[in-house]
Design a protein around this ligand. Structure first.
Ligand code: BGC
Length: 799
């Protein structure tokens, strides 16, 4: 198997496209067929069997989402999770896990933020590297996603990310560059969106010039599901595999291009040779891992029985792992000393549906059919607490329920009369209706019902501990007078145990925010140009001022800063030594009475250098575990980008001269030690400035080349436009939308309009390209062609 020369041209063209939703083509038995499965925080294996049982996917461990894992700031923890996922892949005969997602968080509104690590490229790149290495060491392939500048869900299939070269290199590509260079993932997933006027899948600059020629990527590129465009153009740009199966539609593009001489047989051979190597290596590596796990060949009669026993143990072990990782992710945002909760308390009251039906993951392609999700209530009871649970609100709804509110207050009043001063844990946060794949939020608020209930609870007691859940930042300023706030993120099926361990003090919180919690939505960096409904052109006008780079440089007040998180103990930093500009050491002491871990961060503060730069950026970090009273020497290597910028004129990163400050900090706003270093380098080629508020005029200057607008085309609609664009130009698109909506309603009968699955499908219908709808949604190709033709005709008439 795997002999390239024996493949015919037809087989090679077929190999460019997947088989069904998850498999590769076996070239009529000449190649192994491999399966790929989501990713990123657990294994979502979809099969006929799972669909028949109405489970969506096979049972698996739901680990903390990547936004939660990032708050651990611990590459070792990420490796443990990744290994756990890889082991489940081995047990399910899956060769490649579709993850990790390492996109930068450009706005708190992104519905998919929970699937991504951070707003900082160095942190995301470091954790992404740990993930990829660990999965691949366990014999399973990875697929780094979504490449690139895939920062919003609104119009995600057609939006055009307009990004200047510095922001592209320093922010949006940086984490990808780090993971490619340091971990060499087996594959990477070009995203749906366009980058500077070209779909990622047909973007030669991204897929070949940068990825392969500059960074030395050796794996294959696999389109996001439905992201491929004209397959011949894609292959020429550097795409190796389109997913899912386009039912022969895109193969036609390739045959046509061959006839027209736009693509040659050699181009196809070059691209598919990489696929041959990929499937051959992945299949062999999986086989080896299966053998090591004691599993016989999949065709062996004993396979199913052995697999069952193997998986039972694995899922049990992984549940324990998920619990311990979740405890590393939670971030203690406030504590006046009420936490940890004394085990001798006569009574602990828990209010809020989310403590019972835990919110622990997000909706969409990463949704895991979790093996076991014990609640916070049961986990606290296991520890001996006497718990009274009051539902308070329904997490199935985002509107206020006065009746439930009234009942909750009456019940609380009763309990407090008998046990005055009992600690009240209030579980609240974003619901599934707020965030998920396929749609963005339009605000950062928690729903009014939860706020209203909290405001009434606090009239009855001051002893409120808020336990919060969300995949991305939210406005929790309404909790300002809670005595403690423990933010659990969406930290997987171990969330109940982890929260109980932390609230009880059996474990000490050690997470810190890997993203800023802003004070106001209209004071977030991308606010003016994010997630607009009426345009595909998305201006990244804030350039490199994403996340804390923005708040810190322009002095914008935030709710909780990047890198922030508390502990039940305290730490003292001293004796900073700069061994060389990339190597520092200092002493860290646990000055409290409890063992704990501190996430020490290193920022470099930039001197003025003739061009715009962030005030400071993260260039190193380390999570250090210390027993009570213990002191350790901490050494940190700084990132190779500590003193660089990307110089557009020079076409490379350059070291910029000047006197830099090295800051050792407990958060971006809490510097503990500092030293100065003189760096000898260069001056940026061009003097440029960028001030806040960010305007399109300023952006055009730093963008420094013609803007390729997708919106402004006239008469040039294609099958790669969406119904949401075409409906403004032809009645036929409106008809298609009407029919499609009816089909969705029928297929998801019984589900609410704002159910995440319904929302994702509805958005998919409106926003997917017509092309993808033909092979994934069943729109007849001829009808799709008529829609495009009609839109172009109308457009020409208007012109
Ligand atoms: C998502 C990917 C995912 C793929 C397969 C796409 O819609 O964007 O992240 O891996 O589906 O489920």
């Amino acid at each position: 198997m795997g002999n390239n020369n024996s493949l015919t041209l037809d087989e090679r063209i077929r190999l460019l496209t997947g088989v069904g939703a998850w498999h590769t083509f076996d070239a009529n038995g000449k190649l192994p067929e491999i399966m790929m499965t989501d990713g990123p925080h657990g294994l979502r294996k979809v099969s006929n069997e799972a669909v028949e049982n109405n489970n969506g996917s096979h049972v698996a461990t739901c680990f903390p989402t990547l936004s939660a894992m990032a708050a651990s700031w611990n590459p070792e923890a990420v490796s443990k999770m990744a290994k756990g996922i890889a082991n489940e892949a081995v047990s399910e005969h899956v060769a490649v896990v579709l993850g990790p997602g390492i996109n930068m968080k450009r706005s708190p509104l992104c519905g998919r933020n929970f699937e991504y690590f951070s707003e900082d490229p160095y942190l995301a790149g470091t954790l992404g590297t740990a993930y990829v290495k660990a999965v691949q060491e366990a014999g399973i392939g990875t697929c780094l996603k979504h490449f690139a500048c895939n920062s919003q869900e609104t119009r995600r299939f057609t939006s055009n990310s307009l990004v200047d070269e510095r922001a592209l290199r320093e922010i949006y590509l940086k984490a990808f560059e780090m993971v490619i260079k340091n971990a060499q993932p087996t594959s990477i997933m070009p995203s749906y969106n366009l980058v500077n006027g070209l779909h990622s899948t047909e973007n030669k600059k991204l897929l070949t010039d940068i990825l392969r020629d500059e960074w030395g990527f050796l794996g294959v590129t696999i389109s996001d599901w439905g992201a491929a465009t004209d397959l011949a153009d894609d292959v020429l740009a550097g795409l190796n595999l389109e997913m899912p199966d386009s039912a022969g539609l895109h193969a036609k593009d390739v045959y046509k291009a061959l006839e027209e001489g736009r693509i040659t047989e050699e181009d196809i051979i070059r691209s598919t040779d990489k696929m041959v190597a990929f499937v051959t290596e992945r299949a062999a590596s999986l086989k080896k891992a299966e053998e090591a796990a004691g599993l016989p060949d999949i065709k062996d009669a004993a396979y199913e029985t052995r697999k069952k026993a193997h998986r039972e143990k694995l899922l049990k072990d992984n549940h324990e792992l998920a619990c311990s990782l979740a405890a590393e992710c939670a971030v203690l945002l406030k504590n006046d000393g009420i936490l940890p909760i004394n085990k001798d308390e006569e009574k602990v009251v828990i209010i809020g549906d989310m403590a019972d039906k835990m919110r622990y993951q997000g909706g969409g392609s990463s949704h895991i059919n979790a093996s076991d999700v014990p609640s916070l209530i049961s986990e606290l009871e296991k520890k001996g607490y006497k718990v009274t649970f009051i539902q308070g609100y329904s997490s199935e709804s985002n509107t206020r329920n006065p009746l439930m509110e009234k009942e909750a207050l009456e019940k609380l009043d009763e309990v407090l009369t008998l046990t005055p001063g009992a600690p009240v844990i209030y579980a609240c946060g974003l619901t599934d209706y707020d965030e998920g794949e396929g749609y963005d939020r339009t605000h950062i608020n928690v729903c009014e019902g939860q706020i209203s209930l909290y405001n009434k609870l606090k009239m009855l007691t001051k002893n409120i501990v808020a336990v919060t859940f969300s995949g991305s930042p939210m406005d929790i300023s309404f909790l300002a007078d809670a005595r403690a706030i423990l933010h659990m993120y969406l930290c997987g099926q171990g969330v109940g145990r982890a929260a109980a361990d932390l609230l009880s003090g059996d474990k000490n919180p050690s997470g810190k925010l890997a993203e800023t919690f802003p004070a106001k939505l209209n004071e977030t960096p991308a606010y003016s140009y994010y997630g607009l409904e009426n345009t595909d052109d998305v201006y990244y006008a804030e350039s490199l001022f994403t996340g804390y780079r923005f708040y810190n440089t322009f002095g914008i007040k935030v709710l909780y800063p990047f890198g922030y998180g508390l502990s039940y103990t305290s730490f003292e930093y001293k004796d900073l030594q700069v061994k060389d500009p990339h190597h520092i050491s200092f002493k860290l002491k646990n000055t409290g009475k409890t063992a704990g871990a501190e996430i020490c961060q290193v920022y470099t503060e930039n001197p003025s250098s003739g061009t715009y730069r962030e005030k400071k950026k993260l260039t190193g970090f380390k999570k250090v575990f210390l027993n009570a009273g213990e002191e350790k020497d901490v050494e940190i290597e700084l990132s190779e980008d500590a003193y660089t910028i990307y110089d557009r004129q020079a076409g490379k990163f350059i070291t910029v001269s000047g006197n830099y400050k090295i800051l050792v900090s407990a958060s971006v706003e809490d510097d503990r030690l500092s030293a100065e270093v003189e760096i000898k380098g260069e001056r940026p080629s061009k003097e440029e400035s960028l001030t806040y508020p960010f305007t399109k005029e300023q952006f055009e200057k730093i963008y420094d080349r013609p803007i390729i607008s997708i919106d402004k085309r006239t008469g040039g609609f294609t099958r790669f436009d969406s119904l949401s664009t075409l409906k403004h130009h032809t009645f036929l698109a409106k008809v298609m939308l009407m029919i499609g909506r009816r089909v969705i309603r029928k297929s998801l009968k019984g589900k609410r309009k704002d159910d995440p699955e319904v929302l994702m499908m509805a958005k998919g219908l409106e926003e997917n390209t017509l092309d993808a709808l033909t092979y994934m949604g069943g729109i007849p190709t001829k009808f799709a062609d008529r829609i495009v033709k009609s839109a172009n005709k109308k457009q020409r008439k208007k012109a």
